[in-house]
Write a protein that binds this ligand. Structure first.
Ligand code: PMP
Length: 360
């Protein structure tokens, strides 16, 4: 059996060597006679796995001791409410930037707890660009400023870190985490659902500046209280042990690739290749302002959208899978996270060229 090139936005393709190692260790992890899945989360073995994963993540992302790293559950979506519950403190309002479907979901959930001030929106332009920061109507008494560095569905990515002054900056890095170097010290809180660049779905990694802990509203569910999770080493209850272990294998793999800097260079090259091809071939189009095109999620349309299903069928026949765009926008989308090899992007471009020649 050969592996397909899986362009799914998430759960997404994982490095083959990671899956092979997980397979090899499945029945008997290093002579323990059991799978990691069957181990007590309190066992020395699992605690070692968990601590190693955190240490590797800290090294990869450059996370200082001023930050706690939490391995939580409930995906990135659960953070949409966890964040306001924990960070509002005495304040009543929070600032949000609206650049697409994921920003909107975060905003809708925050509105249940806070007066949400949408400081800028690119909705009128179809979320094709990022509003210039000079135009943002931020407020100095916001509890935090939330933004979505990469809109997974729209394929829109910031090429700058917003300046939030003394207001803590909060970022949903679900689809861009570890894809290129980022200065963590600029953030109050970073969160990322794991199923793109980290590991299996369900797990969500939260990186929080320690001075922001301990401010949760009293009605905050215990399982959503960052202070409780931090105090208990993310083991207040039974954590998602197997996902945590797999994330650890992915971090080791990423280190072996040369870390986030080397990966960023590969990702830039992969994305540029695909955009360059789309731009020169008039059969295909991408609607995003070139400055803010995502390196991770590349939506594109066919000149004649009645050919969409033929395109997907032909792609499938070549082992190029999950290229349909999100159900809310249609068209196509190629998600090319860290684990998508450059050869996968080359195979996609070759197929797109052949299809356009045949049907264009
Ligand atoms: N934020 C972004 C940017 C995402 O891409 C996603 C998932 N595609 C989510 C949040 C939601 O993640 P989850 O399904 O893990 O809740």
């Amino acid at each position: 059996m050969s592996r397909a090139y899986n362009f799914c936005a998430g759960p997404a393709t994982l490095p083959e060597s990671v899956l092979a190692q997980a397979r090899d260790e499945m029945l008997d992890w290093r002579g323990t006679g059991m799978s990691v899945m069957e181990m007590s989360h309190r066992s020395d073995e699992f605690v070692e796995i968990a601590e190693m994963a955190e240490q590797d993540l800290r090294e990869l992302a450059g996370i200082s001791d001023d930050y706690a790293v939490l391995f939580m559950q409930g995906g990135a979506s659960s953070q949409f409410s966890t964040i306001p519950l924990n960070l509002l403190g005495e304040k009543t309002s929070a600032d949000y930037v609206n650049t697409g479907i994921w920003s909107k979901k975060a905003i809708a959930e925050a509105k249940r707890y806070a007066d949400v001030n949408v400081v800028a929106s690119s909705e009128e332009g179809g979320f094709a660009s990022i509003p210039d920061q000079a135009s943002w109507q931020t407020s100095t008494d916001a509890a935090y400023l939330h933004y979505t560095p990469n809109e997974t569905i729209g394929g829109l990515e910031y090429d700058f870190i917003p300046d939030s002054g003394s207001v803590p900056l909060v970022a949903d890095m679900s689809s861009t985490m570890l894809s290129r170097p980022v200065d963590v010290s600029k953030f109050g809180l970073i969160y990322a659902g794991a199923q793109k660049n980290i590991g299996p779905s369900g797990l969500v990694v939260v990186i929080i500046r320690k001075d922001l802990l301990g401010k949760a509203r009293k009605e905050t569910p215990t399982m959503m209280n960052y202070q409780v999770i931090a105090d208990n080493g993310s083991m207040y209850n039974t954590p998602a042990t197997y996902s945590w272990y797999l994330a650890g294998l992915v971090f080791k793999w990423l280190k072996a690739q040369g870390g986030v800097k080397a990966m960023g260079e590969i990702n830039r090259r992969k994305a540029e290749k695909l955009y360059d091809f789309i731009d020169v071939n008039e059969f295909y189009a991408n609607p995003i302002d070139p400055r803010f095109r995502s390196w991770m999620n590349i939506p594109f349309t066919l000149q004649d959208d009645t050919l969409n299903s033929a395109f997907l069928e032909g792609a499938g026949a070549r082992g190029l899978l999950n290229l349909a765009g999100h159900r809310s926008v249609g068209g196509m989308r190629a998600s090319i996270y860290n684990a998508m090899p450059e050869a996968g992007v080359d195979a996609l471009i070759q197929y797109m060229a052949d299809f356009a020649k045949e049907r264009g």
